[in-house]
Design a protein. Structure first.
Length: 745
């Protein structure tokens, strides 16, 4: 009755209560907890055990065989402390549990004599072994149940016996034992009382989740191991739900504030390409040198449908390396252009910008757009390149043409974001290799649309948001993507163009094994193919990296690749030199490109069939997968050689995984496994929003459920006005800016 009538406590209230309010928690302990990041009762309650000792599964001493590990509840009959010959203290107990007796020995733990005087009843957790033919337990874990001077109190007995003991990741450094943390938690649970449960009851029942109060108790003070399972599930759900709700709200806030351009395009244009006539998109597709894959067709249709729709597009196009994202992006860019708008394609590196602008120019060459000012009423579609290396005069010209609308598609790097770049009417922004860009840059580029000349002409605030398509080749598992990019819809290219053969991958840890790699490079180059050699990662600046690449080129030219035409590519080269190096490699003047990781993303030279990665153990899985993706881009056989030994077990696992599979999604799972999830979430998640219990791998079903509930709740109640407790709780996990953005009304 008392529990029911007391007001339920919100998480915010728990955040506001410092741990020092707990009994027995003095300044010193509080400081130690502080070092573990635990300051409030909330922090304490969300410090979860990482395993449990099941002391309830205690055994009878008479049943134990030598070698068994068990928990026994026994009474101390005799305690003796003595000094062994080597000077160490020895505490010896004779204990009996009513079925049999055993000797318990502690080395170097003199306090045991005081802790366990004759008459004490305790749980001993350890292994039964023998010494000189006698059964004994050495250095067991001990939990005193009834101290020698405790009265035989039923309550003490109940609390201290037959329980599951949670084990916390305590740190010896700060001088706190798992026992102490457990003790604090037990008290915190008791004092916290009933917790507010902001998850609507109907959902709780539908998902079969237990109440929060019970979950919190059962995870810290479980009556049985079985009880910890639904407890963990409920609390993990809460973590994922808060996250998803924040993402869904964020998306709603973006949409509420947005005015979309309804692009003049229809998904039918993908299905019915019309040679000669038709829309720009149709003419473009009809002119492609290959047939689209089914996956490309579907992705394009989804994108074009959304572009034509009433809401601004926020979409993630995910496709493994080589799956053909560029052409999908181009269709989207042209869909904007055919309605009289412009498109921007932003990429992370100059090499990639250069390559894309070449590829785009080649693919759209011959296409024209209406221009009433011209004789004949049309002009060629115009594609421009803008990077930080673009010269002053060229840049001035580009600025003018972007503002007047004479440029239809611009490909560029971060340079697109600078203030002096203005558009006539920016209709779509495509960002390639999204993982290299932050959310702010995404927003910055979008703002360019709101500030377009056309938008401003319509009056203040009239600007519409350009559609947004972000592309990533980083094969993020769906569950992780839901967390990282939960505010974007996703479309996946899950099919490679036909005829692709998996890249044969060889790990060559020794110099002898390397010989095959160099032989392969020579053979393939002799056949007119190309090879990449990626230099070892070196610590230090770009400059240091560049110097080492130059040295590596010299070493190879005098050694294993003597006589071959080698080219060099690194980030420090002037843009013109980079362009020249890429062009010579593309046309085969140089057969081998010795490069730093600048070739990691996007580089597309179909004739390349060999990728050699030096000192591969130092690269991450995602990076290796990207590098390997530079070959195998045609129907010819390709090879990837990973050179050098693995210095760590993780490196060895990474390389083994690379050899075993070319499937990016599988590799991403391995990567997640090896790195742990903290890292993947690190950038996005701060402080309180960390997933402490939830695992993106194990709790995929919970994540989907959380998403569903979040969509439903926020869909019916976008400001969470009818769910004040929920709103309050979400706010607790947001940083102030995000909070202001989501709850501005
Ligand atoms: P990514 O998804 O890695 O960006 P790209 O768009 O660079 O892939 O495409 C990889 C290669 O496949 C390019 O050489 C491209 O011309 C080619 N390609 C794309 N789509 C197809 C297709 N449907 N059939 C054959 N080749 C294709
Ligand atoms: Mg690409």
């Amino acid at each position: 009755m008392t529990a029911a009538s007391a007001p339920a406590r919100s998480l915010r209230q728990l955040v506001e209560i410092p741990v020092t309010r707990l009994r027995g928690l003095g300044e010193r302990k509080a400081k130690a907890l502080g070092e573990l990041g635990i300051e409030s009762i909330f922090d304490l309650l969300t410090t979860f055990p990482f395993r449990y000792i099941d002391r309830s599964r205690r055994a009878d001493l008479a049943d134990l065989a030598v070698g068994d590990e068990a928990v026994v509840l026994a009474t101390v009959r005799e305690t003796r402390a003595r000094r062994a010959r080597n000077g160490r203290t020895l505490v010896e107990l004779a204990v009996h549990d009513g079925t049999a007796g055993v000797k318990v020995v502690f080395f170097n733990q003199p306090w045991r004599a005081r802790q366990l005087p004759s008459g004490t009843e305790a749980l001993f957790f350890g292994r039964l072994d023998t010494f000189r033919g006698r059964r004994q337990m050495t250095n067991p874990l001990v939990d005193v149940v009834i101290g020698a001077d405790d009265v035989d109190d039923e309550e003490v007995r109940r609390r201290r016996t037959l329980r599951i003991v949670p084990v916390y990741r305590a740190s010896g450094k700060v001088g706190l034992s798992s026992w102490e943390i457990g003790g604090f938690l037990e008290e915190a649970i008791r004092r916290a009382g009933v917790l507010e449960d902001p998850l609507p009851d109907a959902w709780r029942r539908e998902l079969g989740l237990i109440a929060r109060t019970k979950a919190m108790r059962d995870i810290h003070v479980p009556g049985s191991i079985r009880e910890t399972v639904p407890a963990r599930r409920r609390l993990a759900f809460d973590e994922l739900f808060r996250l998803q709700l924040a993402l869904v709200l964020r998306r709603h806030a973006l949409e509420a504030d947005a005015r979309a351009i309804r692009h003049q395009v229809s998904p039918r244009e993908v299905v019915e390409p019309a040679a000669g006539g038709g829309t720009l998109v149709q003419r473009f597709l009809a002119g492609l040198p290959y047939r689209l894959t089914e996956a490309q067709r579907k992705a394009m249709a989804a994108i074009l449908a959304e572009m034509a729709g009433p809401l601004p597009m926020h979409r993630l196009l995910q496709g493994d390396v080589g799956s053909g994202k560029t052409v999908v992006a181009l269709a989207a860019l042209l869909a904007a252009v055919q309605g009289g708008h412009q498109g921007a394609l932003m990429v992370p590196t100059e090499v990639l910008a250069e390559q894309h602008s070449l590829a785009v120019a080649a693919l759209v060459g011959g296409l024209s757009v209406p221009d009433p000012a011209r004789l004949g009423g049309s002009r060629p579609l115009s594609v421009a390149l803008l990077t930080n290396r673009t010269g002053v005069a060229e840049r001035a010209r580009l600025r003018t043409d972007l503002e007047s609308g004479d440029i239809d598609v611009v490909v560029g790097t971060h340079a697109l974001l600078t203030d002096d770049v203005r558009f006539h009417s920016l209709g779509i922004v495509v960002i390639d290799e999204q993982h290299r860009f932050g959310v702010e840059q995404r927003a910055q580029l979008r703002d360019k649309g709101r500030e377009s000349v056309v938008a401003r002409a319509e009056g203040p605030g009239a600007g519409a948001d350009p559609d947004l398509l972000v592309m990533t080749a980083t094969p993020i598992p769906r569950t992780a993507a839901m967390v990282l990019f939960g505010d974007l819809d996703m479309v996946v290219l899950d099919e490679l163009p036909p005829g692709r053969r998996p890249v044969e991958t060889v790990w060559a840890p020794t110099p002898d094994a390397e010989a095959e790699a160099w032989w392969r490079v020579r053979t393939e180059v002799a056949e007119g193919r190309r090879a990449f050699v990626v230099c070892p990662l070196v610590e230090g600046s770009e400059r240091v990296q560049a110097r080492s690449a130059t040295e590596e080129l010299e070493r190879l030219a005098e050694g294993p690749l003597e006589g071959l035409a080698l080219g060099l590519l690194h980030g420090q080269m002037p843009a013109a030199d980079k362009e020249r190096a890429m062009a010579r490699f593309r046309d085969g003047t140089t057969g081998v490109l010795v490069a730093t990781t600048v070739v990691e993303v996007g580089v597309d030279v179909p004739e390349a069939t060999v990728m050699v990665v030096e000192d591969a153990g130092r690269f991450g899985i995602a990076q290796l997968h990207q590098l390997r993706g530079r070959v195998g881009r045609s129907d010819r056989a390709s090879w990837c050689y990973l050179l050098g030994p693995a210095e760590t077990p993780e490196a060895s696992s990474r390389l083994a995984a690379m050899v075993q599979t070319t499937d990016g999604f599988e590799l991403a799972e391995v990567d997640l496994e090896l790195r742990g999830e903290g890292t993947i979430l690190g950038a996005r998640q701060k402080g309180r929003s960390d997933l402490k219990l939830a695992s993106l791998r194990r709790d995929a079903d919970l994540l989907e459920a959380a998403r569903r509930v979040a969509e439903s709740v926020a869909g019916q109640d976008p400001g969470l006005a009818a769910h004040p407790a929920l709103a309050d709780e979400i706010r607790l996990f947001l940083d102030p800016e995000e909070e202001a953005f989501l709850f501005k009304s």
